[in-house]
Design a protein around this ligand. Sequence first.
Ligand SMILES: CCC[C@H]1O[C@@H](n2cnc3c(N)ncnc32)[C@H](O)[C@@H]1O
Length: 483
Amino acid sequence: MKLKFKKWTEEEFFEMREEVLKGWPTGAEVDLEEAVKYHKALPESKSFSKKLMDAKKRGITLAQPRAGVALIEQHIELLNFLDKEGGADLLPSTIDSYTRQNKYENCERGIEESKKAGRSLLNGFPGVNHGVKGCREVVEATNLPLQLRHGTPDARLLSEIMIAAGFTSNEGGGISYNVPYAKNVSIERTIRDWQYVDRLVGWYEEHGVSINREPFGPLTGTLVPPSMSNAVGILEGLLAAEQGVKSITLGYGQCGNLIQDIAAIRSLEEQANEYFEKEGYKGIELTTVFHQWMGGFPEDEAKAFGVISNGASAAALAGATKVIVKTPHEAIGVPTKEANAAGIRATKMVLNLLRGQQLSTSPELEEDIRIIKAETKCILDKVYELGNGDWAVGIVKAFEQGVLDVPFAPSIYNAGKMMPARDNVGKVRYLSVGNVPFTQELIDYNKAQLEERGKYEGRPVNFQMTVDDIFAVGKGTLIGRPE
Ligand SMILES: CCC[C@H]1O[C@@H](n2cnc3c(N)ncnc32)[C@H](O)[C@@H]1O
């Protein structure tokens, strides 16, 4: 099928679907008509889209953890613990790494070994292997809306199974679950596979079931300049809207300077709406998600709670609809349920203290919004031009040429020419733009901010700043000052 930015016909979708459902025996459990009936029988309190829109209307920020273990019973216990002991507003099911690589045989072995060991030997929930029946046990034994969160370049079968089971939100996208997660999967392939996922959601929407889609905002979570992650988020929002998705949550990974982070969230929502309107999409319910710090964490748990709380306050002051919560075990690995719940409680405490407060505008905030929007526009205009008006084709060419370029991404399809670094107040700037098509004014603006830091630190503006910034938070500061 030739890549094009066009809604798939039902014939195109159902033709590919036959192959997709053969990927594992549990694919045979998916029956779309039955699934629609099942969703319609779920209480409204299980609808992700509804809870997000209510929060947006009330001006509150919801808290959602990440969480996933191998066996159904333990996964249910974990999720209910995060609900009852953590105060989570929304629940995840973080999917294991084997499933993300479509290695379902390995999952099968992992499930058996976890049963023998009496603990999870997978780093997440193997939704494909548990199938519609197993995932429904999770849906029916928990009380909050459920979302599958993963990092899967080919999530077609996983999405079919877990959405049919009653999950009402799905994270990911053809760029955001490829470039940061895979080494040699083509962009064209994952855009097409995620058009399938979005078309599946469009099919549910057309049959009266609202399923939320959340492109993965943070990307590599390593000094990604706000305009680069916003450009990717808006592109994945457009790809989803074209396939009939209505409930879209665009995300952003905290960078650390409060004003720039708030500007990023505000710009993301405003500019996404501009593009949705320009493309003629009606009835898009747009919300935003702020990811607490995605980089290296301090091992010391008290310091980790400082990072978590700082992220919670940035999310609240930005007016994000949702914040993704980190845990005090971030520096060591998959958290215990107690640590995970503690991260949520700390976050909820901050959200409650800041309820009703949002940072008012200021000349600095307006300037950051202007810069982020102008940079994002340069990138998106070029993507559109490269595709001759076809966003999907334009994305593929934009990566080939380094117009879209995500720092520190493993993908061989990512140019890796653009390099970021923090300026003297910790805002993430473009140290070198590579082939990102900025105006001279924007290039000079970034350079000037970085030169401020160079002068202050008495050192040249170069890649050493980037390296120092990567390790800074783990060592206890935001900016990697010279020793
Ligand atoms: C973008 C995903 C990275 C984040 O996703 C967390 N993460 C991964 N797997 C699990 C899991 N099974 N339970 C709780 N958190 C998990 C990591 O710690 C990291 O913060």
